[in-house]
Design a protein around this ligand. Structure first.
Ligand SMILES: [Zn+2]
Length: 477
């Protein structure tokens, strides 16, 4: 390896507050354009701003879970620039006294464990959104997102591969979502990532010319953009084909390349200065302790509980604790049907395969926990067989049926009457002598074929244990 890639990350995460950072407008995603705007967040001069306490608390929580030093006093600053999505002409952020400094996050890749160190975490407000209408050739501004609270998590240039970057983003997403700091939905923009990247000769201590890649909104795009940009840097160093300049570049996912957006600014370009309209926020030890005590169970703690107390396998526990949503479905469903192994099995084998078929991610699955539990109980009590249970699961997910009522209305109860099943077995065997002979000739696989036939005759409702036993009995004759 002649060259080494050096990367640092800036990750923006929208905080899970109900209201915006300095006014009472709703911070909810997905409202009608400009529904959540007031004179304060629309940047009207002279409007009083009041800091959202919940946003500060979530900032403290972000500091705790990233092993950061939390400031005794934090202040807000103005970052001045003009852009149509920024009505005030400045963004309120933190430069001089951010809420957190010097944290670290441990990641794990195939190469092993590594600590990624953090320079700082600061709270800031988001900007609005420009909506380009190609039909009329105009651009509209939506201020709903203006002043929605964010934290920006700034790492040191500790990354050497895209694997490390992806592992870090996944770790951050797990930490932040389990702590209820953010839902971290990249597709809705509540987690966004900019990558600072440079290349240098392996072993050198000097940093090369760096570029910043913006507009990265999926892990796939991030990995591809890093690969492309690394190669561009190395080619430039190797062949002198182009001179690298410090700039901001955008990733074009369709073309699979980065392109120049603007020259990279330095802090001096923004003329940061302390915001005189906002009071400093004093963060006492008691406040930090209270936030720490209120933190919910984190993924690694849940993993320990699932593998320990509940006796689940490491494999199953890793899948369930890999997603905040799945782990909530698991916890709440076991409250109604206290069989953790069975619940885990149904989630991993059935629920996830339905979601994959529907092109849904783990975090998009929505299911009524009580109905899900009831369905497993019906199978457990042998009121229905597992196959009927699987079909019901689809109906619970898509139509929200009540499993018990549906089973009764549609007569889906399990057939366990041996005489009824024996009749079907004898019919199936007499209809297909060829397969019977194949079985007797040593082809064991034919048994599964017969099970399917018998099940079909009984509308899929028979007790599979009895079907298997009776088939074995009659085939042995
Ligand atoms: Zn407002």
């Amino acid at each position: 390896m002649k060259y080494e890639i050096v990367m640092g990350l800036e990750v923006h995460v929208e905080l899970a507050t109900n209201s915006k950072l300095f006014c009472g407008c709703s911070a909810k995603f997905g409202a009608e354009a400009n529904e959540n705007v007031c004179p304060a967040c629309a940047g009207m001069p002279g409007m009083p701003a009041v800091t959202n306490k919940k946003a500060v608390e979530l900032g403290i929580a972000a500091g705790i879970i990233t092993n950061s030093e939390i400031a005794k006093t934090m202040t807000f600053d103005k970052k001045n620039y003009f852009y149509p999505d920024l009505p005030a002409g400045y963004q309120i952020t933190q430069l001089f006294a951010p809420i957190c400094r010097n944290g670290w996050v441990e990641i794990e890749t195939e190469a092993g464990k590594k600590k990624i160190t953090l320079k700082q975490i600061h709270i800031e407000e988001d900007a609005g959104k420009l909506v380009h209408d190609s039909h009329t050739g105009t651009t509209l501004v939506d201020f709903n997102r203006t002043s929605v609270p964010l934290v920006e998590i700034v790492s040191n240039p500790d990354f050497r591969s895209s694997d490390e970057v992806i592992a870090y983003l996944e770790k951050l997403r797990s930490l932040l979502s389990f702590a209820n700091i953010s839902d971290c939905k990249m597709q809705e923009g509540s987690m966004r990532c900019d990558v600072n990247i440079s290349a240098r000769e392996a072993g050198s201590n000097k940093l090369g010319t760096r570029t910043e890649i913006k507009n990265l909104n999926s892990l796939k795009a991030i990995a591809k953009a890093i690969t492309y940009e690394s190669q561009r840097h190395m080619d430039a160093l190797e062949t002198g084909s182009e001179t690298l300049i410090q700039e901001t570049r955008r990733w074009d996912d369709n073309k699979g390349e980065t392109f120049s957006m603007r020259g990279k600014e330095d802090a001096t370009d923004y003329r940061y200065f302390p915001n005189p309209e906002l009071m400093p926020v004093v963060i006492g030890d008691e406040w930090i302790s209270a936030v720490r005590a209120a933190l919910p169970e984190m993924a690694h703690e849940k993993f320990a509980r699932l593998t320990g107390q509940l006796g689940l396998s490491e494999y199953d526990s890793r899948i369930i604790t890999g997603s905040k949503n799945l782990s909530e479905i698991f916890d709440e469903t076991t409250r109604y049907f206290n069989n953790p192994k069975e619940v885990a099995n149904w989630i991993i084998v059935e629920l996830l395969s339905i979601a994959t078929g529907d092109n849904k991610g783990e975090d998009d699955i929505a299911i009524d926990r009580k109905k899900f539990a009831k369905l497993m109980e019906l199978v457990d009590q042998k009121i229905i067989n597992r196959n009927v249970g699987k079909k019901l699961l689809v109906k619970v997910l898509e139509e929200g049926i009540d499993p018990a009522a549906y089973v009764e209305e549609n007569r889906l109860g399990m057939v366990s009457d041996a005489d009824v099943i024996r009749k079907a077995v004898l019919e199936v065997l007499s209809e297909d002598e060829k397969s019977v002979n194949e079985y007797k000739g040593g082809n064991q696989k034919v048994l599964g074929f017969f099970v399917g036939k018998v099940m079909k005759k009984l509308d899929g409702k028979a007790d599979p244990k009895i079907v298997n036993a009776l088939l074995a009995e009659h085939l042995a004759k």
